[in-house]
Design a protein around this ligand. Structure first.
Ligand SMILES: [Zn+2]
Length: 423
């Protein structure tokens, strides 16, 4: 009897000990944390708000030294180990005057199945008190792909973004402001995975001798292209002598925001079915998983059938370098394409702040819109990256107003281009 009770007590002790050790391991400090230990909270921070349009999904915790550790959530690619994070957009709510230190986590960029990191490309972020007026500030790069940001709260609220945001509401505002202009036609072409309407904006007369097509925001975090097309559209609608001259020579077609779902939910790279909208253009689009591309492909094929093939197409992106990607698919007439793109690059350097240069002569990135449209439709198409941190030509951080002014000057570039090469 006595032995049985002792055995029961011993068993209970083992169970309790096991339970307490399991609990201890749940709360054990995570490895790879800045100061080794976690704190319950940091006294100055009230909340990180991600309740609004284009905010990045994330969670956060506090290191023992008070650092706010922000864990970004990845986009995943379908049938692939590839994943990407790096879109940053959130609202700090904290004590005015507080000095906050933030460390960004989950900066992996798994690409072509190979591990990588965007830490080296995350050299600056933009901050704003009201979500409209932004200023860029540098981040601090630490060993082992760690990135830290120090900010002082100017008031109780401070937005932080990877680069100056351009949201669906910004696009809607642009479309409302130009919709009634007789030079503009906005045509719905179909819907995204989540049912958002995609549109082609035509600026100018469709009977003009040349046609240029631009697409922005295949990758949601890359807002530069949105600012560029906004600057270009507004320049062409200025109504002055130059704008009239430009539109007598060419007509502009723009798909201003390809990955609207991703922009709305604060995604980084893929659409909501795990497709990269700047890949797989070397074959017919899979309408089930990439409806955003399928409706564009249909629009393009209708344009070609109607005798209105674009003479030039530009796919706009952001990265850490800002090069013009001149891809070389194995097609007849490649040399003439490469010569025309050299002319385009020269005109960009002449009429805009572009100084970054182009990819090496062996560059071939199969499946991008630039490569695929050249290969399948014989269109002079090119991917244009914009440096997300620094614009060497203006010696300033990357910002919306610089990209807008770039777009304004693109109007002249296209005018000169079609005057010279006459494709
Ligand atoms: Zn991109």
């Amino acid at each position: 009897m006595k032995h049985k009770r002792l055995f029961k007590l011993a068993a209970l002790f083992v169970v309790l000990a096991f339970a307490s050790s399991a609990q201890a391991s749940d709360t054990a400090p995570l490895t790879n944390q800045p100061a080794g230990k976690l704190a319950n909270k940091t006294p100055d921070l009230e909340f990180i708000d991600t309740s609004f349009e284009n905010a990045s999904p994330l969670w956060y915790e506090f290191a023992a030294d008070g650092t706010i550790v922000i864990h970004l959530l990845y986009d995943q690619e379908r049938n692939s180990p590839n994943r990407a994070a790096g879109h940053v957009h959130f609202l700090l709510r904290a004590k005015p005057g507080a000095k906050l230190t933030i460390e960004f986590k989950e900066l992996d960029n798994v690409w072509n199945g190979k591990p990588g990191s965007i830490a080296k490309e995350l050299k600056a972020v933009s901050i704003s008190e009201n979500g409209r007026d932004w200023k860029a500030v540098p981040t601090e790069s630490l060993p082992e792909n760690r990135v830290r940001l120090a900010v002082e709260m100017p008031g109780p609220r401070l937005y932080v973004a990877r680069i100056e945001p351009y949201r669906l509401s910004d696009l809607d505002r642009l479309l409302v402001s130009i919709r009634s202009n007789p030079l503009v036609q906005i045509t719905p072409i179909g819907k995204t995975v989540q049912g958002r309407e995609l549109e082609i904006v035509r600026v100018g007369d469709e009977r003009a001798p040349y046609r240029v097509f631009l697409r922005a925001r295949a990758h949601p975090w890359e807002t530069g292209g949105s600012w560029v097309v906004q600057g270009l559209i507004n320049r062409l609608l200025k109504g002055d002598v130059d704008a009239q001259k430009f539109l007598r020579r060419y007509c502009l077609y723009v798909l201003p925001m390809a990955n609207k779902d991703g922009v709305a939910r604060g995604g980084t790279r893929f659409n909501l079915q795990g497709q990269d909208l700047n890949r797989n253009w070397d074959k017919p689009v899979d309408a089930e998983f990439a409806p955003e591309n399928a409706v564009l492909e249909k629009w393009l094929e209708q344009m070609i059938a109607a005798g209105r093939r674009p003479h030039l197409a530009m796919e706009l992106h952001n990265d850490g370098s800002g090069l013009l990607h001149i891809s070389r698919p194995p097609v007849v007439g490649l040399n003439r394409h490469v010569e025309r793109m050299a002319t385009l690059e020269r005109l960009l350097r002449q009429h805009t702040w572009f100084t970054e240069g182009s990819t090496r002569p062996v560059f071939h990135n199969a499946g991008t819109l630039g490569d695929g449209w050249m290969e399948r439709y014989g269109i002079d198409a090119v991917v244009h990256e914009f440096n997300c941190n620094w614009i060497a030509g203006v010696k300033d951080f990357a910002q919306g107003r610089h990209w807008q002014s770039y777009g304004e000057n693109l109007a002249t570039v296209f005018y000169e281009y079609f005057g010279l090469v006459k494709p």
